[in-house]
Each structure stands twice: as C-alpha cells, then as structure tokens.
Design a protein around this ligand. Sequence first.
Ligand code: COA
Length: 254
Amino acid sequence: MDILVERADGVMTIAFNRPDRKNAITAAMYQTMADALVEAHSDASVRAILIRGSVGIFSAGNDLEDFMKSPGGGENAPVFQFLRAISSAEKPLVASVAGPAVGVGTTLLLHCDLVYAAESATFSLPFTQLGLCPEAASSLLLQRVAGYQGAAEKLLLGEAFDAKEAQRMGFVNRLLPAAEVDAFAMAQALKLAALPASSLRVTKALMKRAAQHEIQTQISEEAVHFGKMLLAPEAREAFKAFFEKRKPDFRQFD
Ligand code: COA
C-alpha cells in the first residue's frame, strides 16, 4: 500500500508509504487520500487528521512517470478530488514533514492548519523548472503567507529552500529534530482530537470561509494552464531529463 490510512484515538493518519520512489504521488495515491479525507469528513470518530511521510522523506510530489504517461484527466481526476478535499476539509489537518517536500508535497501544506517540520527538511516548488505552473492554489496562498516577493522568488525560480526559511515565510509552525517530528505532530493532533469538535469546526470555518471561493477558483484556473503545459515540449523535455539524470535543455524552445 503506497498510502497507509489508520484511525486511532480520534486521529486519522494518512501516511505516504512509497519510499523507493521518494513518496512520489500516483493517481491511485491521490484517489486513496481523497477517499480518506471524504470518509474523515463524515466519520464522527475522526476529530483530527495527520498527514506524514516516511523516514527521511515527505514527498517528491507528483509522480513524473504518471505525468509523462497520462497527463491531465479533467476536473474529476484523482488529483483534483484530492485538492478539493484537502482545501475544503472542515476538520483540523496537521502535517509532519520529516524530509524533502517537493511540488504538491509543499503546496498541500498550504492547506494544513498546523505544520511541523524536521530542521533538516527541505521544500521546493520546481514548477517553472519543469515547464509547468503552480497548482493547489499555491499561486494565491503562498503570497498570502510570505508576501508577493517571498512567493515570487520560490515560484519563479523554483529552487529548494530549507526548513528555517519555510518557518520564516510562515507556513511551518515549528522545527524539530527529524527523529521527533512525527511524534510531536501526532501529540498535537491528539490534543486537537480531545477538544470539542464543534468548536474546532466553527473556528476553522470562520478563518477559512472568506477565502474558500477564491481558493477553489484559483485551483481550477491553475489546472487549465497546468493541463496544457503538461503536454507542451518544455515539460516533456524536463521529465525526460529527470529520468535521464541530466539537466533539461530549454534553449531549443522559444
Ligand atoms: N516521480 C517519479 N519518480 C521519482 C520522483 C517523482 N516525482 N522523485 C524521485 N523519483 C525516483 C527517482 O527517479 C529515483 O529512481 P531510481 O532509483 O530508479 O533512479 C528514486 O525515486 C530515488 O530518487 P532520487 O532522486 O535518486 O533521490 P534523492 O534522495 O537524490 O532526491 C528528491 C530526492 C525528492 C529531492 C528528488 O528525487 C527529486 O527532486 N524528485 C523529483 C521531484 C519533482 O520534480 N517532483 C515533481 C513536482 S511537480
């Protein structure tokens, strides 16, 4: 199972479990996570949700082989089911990032309520380096947390940055030694699970409601561009280069 879903003591844990591929996310994995989030919504015994990676890696983002073989898929594709579910989750979402978080591995964090990371974790939004554009409403949400220039630097250059910078930018709550981050995040999720679910729900809704329409619109708008760019020669060259372990050559394109 590439995604492990467990329920205990009021917390649903969704864990990436594909370490040989650095937890790169396939369509089937998006579907499992989307289904789990939908179930969490209607299961009263779930009071908080924890998302975590495996030892030393959070997620390498979308599976690039999937991008090459079956790009797109329309509004109902598993990735969009997942993005809609995580961006509109009413229950608190806690993330534990114990290693690299790439692409959607980072953008999904912008939809979590509490984010804890290992001091050694790294983050990156390499969309332009892949000939793509931002997704998961990151073109809107990152500038809300980090300011326009803070977001522009990460989204235009696409370079990796460290956990201290992610915390300074504002989307990581606290840094911990790598060996402690999962346990700390779980302890925080358990604290949430012990609080009145109705209070948590209303508090989160009050913070999120005003931006909800804009976030959904941004996800859809980004998806239109992203879908076209996935098929363009720049992205094909970038994916090929990744698997051939070489730098892409974008000079051949206008
Ligand atoms: N999709 C498919 N396969 C991936 C992958 C991805 N997103 N990320 C890593 N892999 C595969 C690698 O091809 C490699 O396979 P191999 O063992 O057959 O060579 C294996 O996972 C291990 O990855 P590797 O790059 O050797 O590990 P690393 O520890 O040196 O680096 C990362 C880890 C996450 C920093 C690096 O793999 C990476 O940058 N991945 C691509 C991220 C990306 O561009 N994601 C898409 C965002 S939209």
